[in-house]
Design a protein around this ligand. Structure first.
Ligand code: MG
Length: 414
């Protein structure tokens, strides 16, 4: 793969493979009348594994997908390759344990030699694009990253009579999910070393990494990314899917902002500090592009505007980094059960030039909104010397945002 095509991936410069572990037999049958392994059970008209592969196929960060299957499942697998799954490699047979299957999958990927690998359970079909992006981003600065959720239930240890023996402090406890992401060479070596040492008892890859001394960072996962293990899990997944298909609605909204120039030597634009012959005047860092984006997101949920949530009269926002305002708007969308689909901003200015900073702006906005860069438009135009921007009196920015929200009954007025 050439350097330029590498750059087109969601995480610039990193080739990230997905290794999907589908070799398990499962001790708990999904349906009492059916011995089909759970990763091949039908869910909303498609096999669970199809949905899992599709999620990684759609993720801009992922460059290769390797699936490990049970040697007897070649026929079952045939339905599981999504149409046009260009990144998907032929499946390889697994081993007697999950750990052995992962190692065999890693060995199969060794020829591709990706920079990193995200190892994922086939039975987690609702893996979100945001979680994949979070882990991929984390691997730029950390050797390993694990999707996990903080434990919120109170934990009890039972004695042999089924009575409570003690209550366990849940402080600092997390539930491990997948994907679990690693720098490829390090996790391949860890798995080989574990096999050589006769250790075949690790229940996940983060445990293999821990044994090998690799520090794994926690990335907050999602309750939706649950593992389908039982009939009840599958029924719940069917309901989730049905609700998603019929009850989401798309919302689009716009934002606009202007800041005037004042004396200074830099501007903040799109979350990036850019040296310039003037600065923008404002109570916060005056990042006109992020202010327009923030208003577009707030507009999509009808939740006022940036001035209402962060009033200039409030001293706590003096000099504030506007990325905080954008993050707040994103959290307001998420709190409604919403998902940001894409955002787009146009900066109107004679100078400074935006092009050299576009990738950094996309990275800053992507980190705040948990979006891959192909969902973040950053554009700029001069106004041909016309108007206040043409006279270099200030910078304007306009933005749009599209979000998917659960449709509340009657809200459309239909
Ligand atoms: Mg503003």
């Amino acid at each position: 793969m050439s350097a330029s095509s590498r750059k087109s991936a969601g995480v610039p410069g990193l080739r990230i493979a997905a290794l999907i572990v589908a070799a398990g037999r499962g001790s708990r049958a999904v349906r009492p009348d059916d011995s089909t392994p759970k990763q091949y059970a039908m869910l909303g008209g498609a096999p669970v594994l199809w949905r899992t592969i599709q999620a990684f196929q759609a993720a801009a960060e992922i460059t290769h997908i390797q699936v490990v299957i049970h040697q007897d499942d070649a026929d079952l697998y045939r339905n599981c390759a999504p149409v046009g799954a260009a990144k998907l490699w032929p499946p390889v047979p697994g081993g007697p344990t999950r750990q052995a299957s992962v190692r065999l999958g890693l060995e199969a990927l060794a020829g591709v030699a990706p920079d990193a690998v995200l190892i994922h359970d086939a039975a987690r079909p609702f893996i979100g694009a945001d979680t994949i992006a979070d882990i991929a981003r984390s691997l730029r600065t950390h050797p390993a990253a694990l999707a996990a959720l903080p434990v919120s239930d109170t934990l009890k240890r039972a004695n042999s009579n089924g009575a409570v023996a003690e209550t366990i402090d849940r402080e600092g406890l997390w539930r491990a999910q997948t994907p679990q992401g690693f720098h490829f060479d390090a996790i391949l070596k860890a798995h080989r070393d574990a096999a050589t040492a006769g250790r075949d008892d690790f229940t996940d890859d983060a445990a293999v990494a821990e044994w090998a001394g690799i520090v794994t960072t926690l990335v907050e996962g999602s309750e939706r990314n649950a593992k389908i293990t039982t009939t009840e899990d599958l029924a719940m997944a069917e309901r989730l899917l049905a609700a998603n298909d019929t009850m989401m609605e798309s919302r689009s909204a716009s934002g606009f902002d202007v800041h005037r120039f004042t004396a200074g030597d830099h501007v903040w634009l799109g979350g990036v500090k850019i040296p310039h012959t003037a600065s923008l005047e404002g109570h916060s860092d005056a990042d006109v592009a992020l202010h327009a984006l923030t208003d577009a997101l707030l507009g999509s949920i009808g939740d006022g505007d940036i001035g209402q949530h962060f009033p200039p009269s409030d001293p706590q926002w003096k000099g504030a980094a506007s990325i905080r305002f954008l993050q707040d708007a994103a959290r307001r969308v998420w709190a409604r059960g919403g998902r940001i689909v894409n955002v787009d901003v146009t900066i109107l200015a004679e100078a400074p030039k935006v092009g050299p900073h576009r990738a950094a702006m996309q990275a800053a906005i992507g980190a705040a909104l948990k979006l891959s860069t192909d969902r973040i438009g950053v554009k700029a135009t001069t106004t041909e010397g016309l108007g206040f921007t043409g006279r270099r009196e200030g910078i304007a920015a306009m933005a749009t945002a599209t979000v998917m929200l659960p449709a509340s009954l009657g809200s459309s007025g239909a």
